[in-house]
Design a protein. Structure first.
Length: 518
């Protein structure tokens, strides 16, 4: 079988002045297009619904990014018809051709890297480095899934035959129409990864992006079109989640659902997809990633500076708006006070503000709803634990919440158990490493975790007993790299689908065994 080389997209070095100038130019270029109106895309046609959603800059909420037409149920039904029609031809397009569309899209994104990153800074509130990594990850998904599809197509040609008796084939074929429902926190990377995986596997897509980052999603559609994707293969139908999303999931012609988002929405999708509707000929497949309550464990044999830095970077990168973010630090008592003091110092040094300014490490939350949720949890935390740093917020200009640390948290406290999805860190003291692992495992989630330790036996215990889908030693618990750290979690963190891994595409296909008697 042929092997296809894959290399990750390099991150931009912003210590180089020319790169900073390019980013500034890209921000200015995006600003020239602010306030534009964006239609639906159904069967390659631009469709205006007349029902407009206003996308704003979360750093400066009176600044309009764009007006996006919202789909109705009728639009969703037309998109389904388009996707069904396109599937009949797209499923028969050779894997190499489908992969080439992804490679072309990657090349386009690479040329427009600063532009897409700048758009994320404005529409998603992503700091420069976070936005740059998001764009790089989108390119990685395109390159990786394209090569994975080529390898799978080579595997199709293998036969397991009984000599002079029969010839057997084992091949993967596409599933059908996918309902792809994407999140706002990685508005290009996850959007691109989920969509391209479905497409390169031979499926067609109804795409409903997260409501706060629909302009970014529209521009990805333009990239896919420029890359040669035929009309109707991906239909862009932004709209209300409870209306359009539920309609897509419940539709009897939807073959599978690919979802990234909250636990509550994921559970509802899982339940709705399980119901067999009239005219439905299959059991729908669900690929879901649903969040986490991730912990970094620190023992008495750890590098304490590394521990504090890993905790702070994991907790407050992109304002904690990552399903992989460290929202719990579990520290053994021998080093607890020292690590807490180091975390306090590092947190107080963080800069927060409008992320158009490169010097701001932290930006805003995504919208008023997120702001209200996080500030509510801060008030809960003030009653449950001791406030060490932060606890303050302002939504006067944008949706800003200061990095907040609570210490001396009980393992069963709400702020230790419930996903907050903001810059709030809960710190818990434990007597020893065994208790640390027990506390780390005592939530309903199981996405990411990290252990900071130089004790080999502790690392080996964690390797076996720390029950998460992505476990890291002596580093932060965020920043999984496509192809190197396939991403997905256990328990209520989802279906452990392992995006960016070697089995991910097979979830978008079904295996067919063919035997011919000789």
């Amino acid at each position: 079988m042929a092997m296809y080389t894959y290399k990750t997209e390099p991150l931009t070095d912003f210590s180089i002045e020319d790169n900073r100038l390019k980013y500034e130019e890209a921000l200015e270029g995006v600003r020239q297009r602010l306030g534009a109106t964006y239609p639906l895309i159904i069967n390659g046609e631009r469709v205006e619904s007349g029902n407009l959603y206003t996308s704003i800059n979360p750093s400066k909420k009176d600044e309009v990014i764009g007006q996006v037409h919202q789909a109705s149920i009728d639009h969703a039904e037309k998109a389904m018809t388009s996707a069904l029609d396109a599937f009949e031809t797209w499923k028969k397009v050779p894997a190499k051709v489908r992969a080439d569309v992804l490679f072309k899209a990657a090349a386009i994104l690479r040329k427009r890297k600063f532009e897409f990153s700048a758009l994320m800074t404005l529409e998603a509130g992503k700091p420069w480095s976070e936005a740059d990594a998001d764009t790089a990850e989108a390119i990685d998904f395109l390159e990786y899934y394209g090569r994975q599809m080529l390898e799978l197509s080579e595997a199709d040609k293998k036969t397991q035959s009984q000599r002079n008796i029969e010839r057997n084939e084992y091949r993967f074929i596409p599933l059908g129409v996918a309902a792809v429902i994407t999140p706002w926190n990685f508005p290009l990377a996850i959007l691109t990864g989920m969509t391209s995986a479905a497409v390169v596997s031979g499926n067609t897509v109804l795409l409903k992006p997260a409501i706060t980052t629909q302009v970014i999603a529209y521009h990805l559609m333009e990239v896919l079109e420029e890359a040669g994707l035929p009309k109707g293969v991906v239909n862009f139908i932004p709209g209300d989640g409870p209306e359009i999303g539920e309609y897509m999931v419940a539709h009897p012609k939807t073959r599978f659902v690919s979802f990234t988002g909250s636990k509550l929405v994921g559970q509802t999708i899982y339940e709705n997809a399980a119901k067999v509707r009239e005219g439905q000929k299959w059991l729908k497949r669900v690929i879901a990633e649903m969040g986490g309550k991730d912990a970094i464990v620190v023992d008495s044999d750890a590098d304490l500076d590394l521990a504090a830095n890993s905790i702070v970077k994991s907790a407050f990168g992109f304002s904690g708006q990552k399903c992989s973010a460290c929202s719990r630090a579990i520290i053994v008592k021998d080093v607890y006070d020292e690590v807490v003091e180091k975390v306090k110092t590092l947190t107080e040094e963080l800069t927060i503000g409008n992320v158009q300014d490169f010097n701001n490490f932290m930006g805003p939350l995504t919208d008023q709803k997120a702001f209200d949720k996080v500030t509510k949890y801060i008030e809960i935390g003030k009653k449950e634990a001791k406030l060490l740093v932060g606890g303050t917020s302002s939504n006067e200009e944008g949706f800003f919440v200061d990095p907040t640390v609570f210490i001396d948290c009980a393992p069963d406290a709400r702020i230790m158990q419930e996903e907050i999805f903001g810059p709030v860190l809960s710190v818990c003291k434990v007597k020893d490493f065994d208790e640390a692992i027990e506390v780390a495992n005592n939530t309903e989630y199981g996405l990411t975790g990290a252990v900071i330790s130089n004790n080999r036996m502790h690392l080996e215990k964690a390797r076996e007993d720390f029950h998460v889908g992505n476990l890291y030693f002596n580093r932060k618990c965020t920043g999984a790299i496509v192809g190197y750290q396939p991403f997905g979690g256990f328990n209520m963190s989802g279906t452990d689908s392992k995006a960016g891994g070697p089995e991910y595409l097979t979830l978008h296909m079904q295996a067919k065994s063919i035997s011919e008697m000789l």
